[in-house]
Design a protein around this ligand. Structure first.
Ligand SMILES: Nc1ncnc2c1ncn2[C@@H]1O[C@H](COP(=O)(O)OP(=O)(O)OP(=O)(O)O)[C@@H](O)[C@H]1O
Length: 317
């Protein structure tokens, strides 16, 4: 697999503070990578070093095997950063034509317009008159203007409504299918889970987790088994006696890997490392349960757990 980007032991200090602290990773061609992490985790600093806007204090950043500052590298990169600034007085078509003219092999104007969802009418509008959402689409088109191989999107869907967001991710997926590599930062964890092949979680300048959204979730969260219990007998008597509750707890809590066993509004939740062992125990002891479901934690939960663990360990060390 071809490596589009390679960071080796990259550290960036501002004064005595390491904003990025000995970070190494590679990015494969055609992948969609989400960079996640709380405020101040080091995401923007890392992306800025990859874009050649900041120099690492130590370590090396290579894009397409070269330093990001090389003109041949810059021509192969497109970026959509937070604020899309437009040149006052120019029409959308003119802004696109201008930026295309900087590149040796730009994307065709019609293709750009289609990818950004601009109609003929939109192309004739003055760029500063566009709505916030349209400006972001212009930013998207500008990032693509040079027909880049590697794209950076910094929180790309902030301020977009749900249909615009969905269509943005469809375009990103189509770009990845064409072999383009995409790196984006987001605070929407659900979005990373839905859109990315890989998630790199930053915390305190370090990579706290790296893998598919599913792998990270599985690695960091417990799974759970939930079920209800008979509350009425055939004659209509209340069945869910304190004895039954105690019986369930006594049977399930000692099962290896079980963390917790709680009941809320008639539904029990048993959290455990492995849901199969819980199911086996339910059947082995023939517990009087119904409507059994297994659930796995979401990336949001994994993220919270990771940050919490890291901070706790940081406080101890
Ligand atoms: N130019 C700078 N001078 C001094 N400190 C900086 C500078 N840029 C970033 N920092 C510090 O480096 C750390 C990492 O910041 P960075 O912007 O990379 O975080 P981030 O993960 O992008 O956060 P956010 O989600 O808020 O954008 C923070 O503590 C920040 O205050």
């Amino acid at each position: 697999m071809e490596h589009i980007a390679e960071l080796q032991h990259v550290t960036k200090r501002f004064g005595s503070k390491a904003a990025v602290d000995d970070v190494s990773f590679t990015i494969d061609k055609g992948s969609i990578v989400a960079v996640l992490g709380p405020n101040g985790a080091g995401k923007t600093t890392t992306i800025s070093m990859m874009l050649g806007l900041l120099e690492p204090t130590s370590g090396s950043v290579r894009l397409f095997g070269q330093t990001p500052k090389q003109p041949q590298v810059k021509q192969r990169i497109g970026a959509m950063l937070q604020d899309v600034s437009v040149i006052d007085g120019l029409k959308v078509r003119e802004v696109l034509a201008l930026i295309r003219s900087y590149y040796p092999r730009p994307m065709r104007l019609e293709e750009l317009a289609a990818l950004a969802g601009f109609t003929e009418e939109d192309l004739g509008k003055r760029a500063e008159k566009l709505s916030g959402g349209q400006k972001r689409r212009l930013g998207f088109a500008l990032a693509l203007a040079g027909n880049p191989d590697l794209l950076f999107f910094d929180e790309p869907t902030v301020g977009l409504d749900t249909p615009a967001r969905r269509s943005f991710w469809e375009q990103v997926r189509a770009l990845s299918d064409r072999g383009k590599t995409i790196l984006f930062s987001t605070h929407y964890l659900q979005e990373a889970e839905d859109a990315a092949d890989r998630v790199i979680l930053f915390n305190r300048g370090k990579i706290a987790a790296d893998g598919t959204p599913q792998a990270i979730t599985a690695q960091l969260t417990s799974r759970s088994v939930t079920f209800t219990t008979d509350t009425r007998s055939l004659e209509g008597h209340a069945l869910m006696s304190a004895d039954t509750e105690q019986h369930i707890r006594e049977r399930l809590l000692p099962v290896p890997g079980v963390h917790d066993c709680t009941c809320q509004e008639g539904r029990w939740t048993v959290t455990a490392d492995n849901t199969d062992t819980v199911l086996a125990a339910i059947f082995r002891y023939q517990l009087p349960v119904h409507d059994i479901r297994t659930q796995q934690g979401r990336l949001d939960d994994a993220f919270e757990i990771m940050i919490h663990n890291d901070d706790t360990q940081g406080a101890v060390s």
